[in-house]
Design a binder for this molecule. Sequence first.
Ligand SMILES: Cc1ncc(COP(=O)(O)O)c(C=O)c1O
Length: 356
Amino acid sequence: MDIRVESVDESARKEPLTADFGFGNKFSNHMFMQEYTPEKGWHDARIVPYAPFEMDPATAVLHYAQEIFEGTKAYRRADGKINLFRPWENAKRFNNSARRMAMQIVDEEEHLEAIIKLVEMESAWVPEAAGSALYIRPTLIATDLSLAVYSSNTYLHYIIVGPVGAYFAQGFAPVPVYISDKYRRAVRGGVGDAKTGGNYAASLFVGAGAKAKGYSQVLWLDAIEGKYIEEVGAMNIAFVYEGKRIVTPPLTGSILPGITRDSILTLGRDLGYEVKETAVNVHEMLADIKSGKITEVFGCGTAAVIAPVGKFGFKDEEFIINDYKVGPVTQQVYDELTGIQTGRIADRFGWIHTIE
Ligand SMILES: Cc1ncc(COP(=O)(O)O)c(C=O)c1O
């Protein structure tokens, strides 16, 4: 792909941040963009100074939320090089989300090329601190100017990047999770397996209710029977039974197929655990925490990588897991995964693309 580059001029250039990244509100100097029209196809691929868009108030995405996005990270290695973690899987999921939302797909190879070129240009923004990374946010939005409800004919594809620290302010430490008895995130046949903004908008009210009760995340149950566990916050979830079996719910259509989840299925087997994708009934799960059969629980996703769950709240009861401590399996999976991501541990699965 021919990517035109227009660099930010020296007077406007921001120096890369080296600390206080927060999560998701600091961005580098440049961004990638290209447009789609039926006449020209994808065109005018370019990396330009990071800047606001001007948008007509009637732009389709602002009304009916025809939009999708991705989230992946570039990690700084000890030798100074940069690792991308399975970015081709994000590219594939980007197009799967686009198809589900009736949007124009992108060329996956060209999308990856754009990410690599942008990260190369912004390499000084890939932070070194433990737990930090350069977050990469590809986005696709519908740009027809119309209030009629239909699938847009025109699209904008853009990619922004920015340094991020730990997703949770307290870092790698157990979080309290509230089990939503009443509200559901997604239903089979809906769009739960697409990374589309509306799923997240719909979760905010429930998240705020959980926060008001002192919990940091919501555990989502299936929308049909209200008893099978699906996801935790914007992460997939895994349960450890008796310290030796790792169980995660199967991909039924309402769960986002997480790349971290998929990596843990492979890594867990490689580390000698019995790994299973099995429906987990919430009542049995809580009984198994009480009896001690479930020894650890963790969420997994790109943002936090691994988030140990310290307790569940359900109705008026609390269920403490592993004395509210990070368990050995959670710690091992976290160390292995972050080790491979940052190049501390050899990439035995072919997951890494290194930028020299
Ligand atoms: C709803 C939801 N579930 C799960 C995940 C985990 O997916 P991944 O591991 O690919 O980041 C994400 C994204 O981070 C998500 O938004």
